[in-house]
Design a binder for this molecule. Structure first.
Ligand code: ACO
Length: 376
């Protein structure tokens, strides 16, 4: 029998690799991308600037940022065969399934971008640029509308909103989404990023790595809690019912979505920033209903369980106010996180080591094989 070994279920607390990309200080409530505090990035930078930072490990100069913006804008169009695949998708298909399929299909039509190695930066930019187009095109097609022609002068966030809604974002809307994209762009070795790195560590290509990551993000334990926060708000209805509904759920040992975190032991700094944006966008739209409800829920959960909000508590309210449908919340997460996934894949290629843990075998080893004819 093999020697018994300690099993770290879920690889919890296992340090699997070194990375320069992202640091989470769970006790201090800090999130750092490449040395820069998320609060500074959310206050002063843009998603494009953050993507540059994640890919190249330093902030861009004005010219470098300008070049990247133009490059991303030039890479937004989908090849006709992939558009045809989107048009063939059932209207009720899950948008995450559509996204995963479209990225996988894209690899077939763009073989040059899929080569593993340093050249993958081209593929990283291509995938980041094209995800909003995939999402927007599918959303329009499922409503019986034609996909929009992209507008190169629009920022990534503004194009994403236009691609989904079909109308231009105003400055505040585009900035709110831009900040949300910044906040979701990376989060160390979360499950989907780990999946991307495992795939890359076999020297597989970038598009395969991102396909793995999208499939992993789809699970409700990873992406998707914000959708359920919005369902909770619908169930509560009015702020005066928050206490009663939340307490009843807690009494039934139900989890309240948008609270708690494996790493953060204090408030997730992304929740703090999104709370402000939920209020700001709510005020601009003359609709503070979600914000008021969430404040009530926060109070009850903290009082009853001592739990702090995570990134998912306020993001859904911002997206809803921006006119993004609920089933696109997780795909919007992917639109942002693709910058982090691809940065991690590039890092993996530079310091490649096949990721291959071992399992503790708990089955028998001495069974006698009997031919099938003898087994009855
Ligand atoms: N609601 C109610 N109770 C909770 C919650 C919650 N949201 N989160 C944790 N708890 C309680 C648990 O019931 C447990 O209580 P007990 O000790 O009395 O049994 C205690 O807090 C510790 O919980 P664990 O599950 O051990 O904490 P863990 O670190 O594994 O959980 C997780 C982290 C999965 C995020 C959890 O807090 C949760 O389920 N939250 C709700 C889902 C959610 O918001 N997910 C988004 C996370 S952010 C992201 O992925 C982008």
């Amino acid at each position: 029998m093999p020697e018994p070994q300690d099993v770290q279920r879920g690889l919890e607390d296992v340090v699997a690799l070194e990375s320069r990309i992202c640091y989470i200080d769970g006790k201090g409530g800090r999130l750092i991308y490449d040395g820069y505090d998320i609060r500074d990035l959310a206050a002063h930078s843009t998603f494009e600037e953050v993507a540059y930072l994640l890919w190249y490990g330093q902030l861009p100069t004005t010219n470098q940022l300008d070049e990247l913006r133009k490059r991303l804008a030039s890479l937004r169009e989908l090849p006709a065969p992939v558009l045809r695949i989107l048009a063939e998708m059932p209207k009720e298909a899950l948008p995450m399934d559509v996204l995963r399929t479209a990225v996988s299909a894209l690899a077939v039509f763009e073989p040059d971008e899929t080569k593993p190695g340093e050249a993958s930066i081209g593929g990283a930019q291509r995938l980041t640029a094209v995800l909003p187009t995939i999402l927007g095109s599918f959303h329009r097609l499922r409503q019986g509308l034609s996909p929009l022609v992209q507008r190169p002068e629009l920022s990534h966030a503004a194009w994403l909103l236009r691609a989904i809604r079909g109308t231009d974002a105003n400055q505040l809307e585009a900035r709110a989404l831009d900040v949300a994209l910044i906040l979701h762009a990376d989060h160390e070795l979360n499950a989907s990023t780990f999946a991307a790195r495992v795939t890359a560590s076999t020297l597989s290509d970038l598009y395969s790595s991102v396909t793995s990551a999208i499939g992993t993000l789809k699970g409700p334990l990873h992406g998707g809690a914000n959708e359920r926060v919005m369902e909770l708000l619908e169930e509560i209805g009015t702020p005066d019912r928050a206490e009663e509904v939340v307490r009843a759920k807690l009494a039934r040992h139900e989890r309240i979505m948008g609270f708690g975190h494996r790493v953060y032991k204090v408030e997730d700094p992304r929740a703090t920033i999104l709370r402000d944006w939920s209020k700001k966008v709510g005020e601009a739209k003359g609709n503070l209903r979600y914000y008021d409800l969430l404040r009530q829920v926060e109070g009850v959960v903290h009082r009853e369980k001592g739990l702090y909000p995570n990134v998912d508590l306020y993001s859904g309210s911002v997206y809803t106010l921006l006119g993004i449908p609920k089933d696109l919340f997780t795909p919007v997460f992917a639109v942002s996180r693709v910058a982090g996934w691809t940065a991690h894949v590039l890092e993996e290629y530079q310091d490649l080591r096949l990721i291959r843990p071992t399992a503790r075998y708990v089955g028998p080893v001495d069974l006698v094989y009997r031919p099938i004819a003898e087994r009855g």
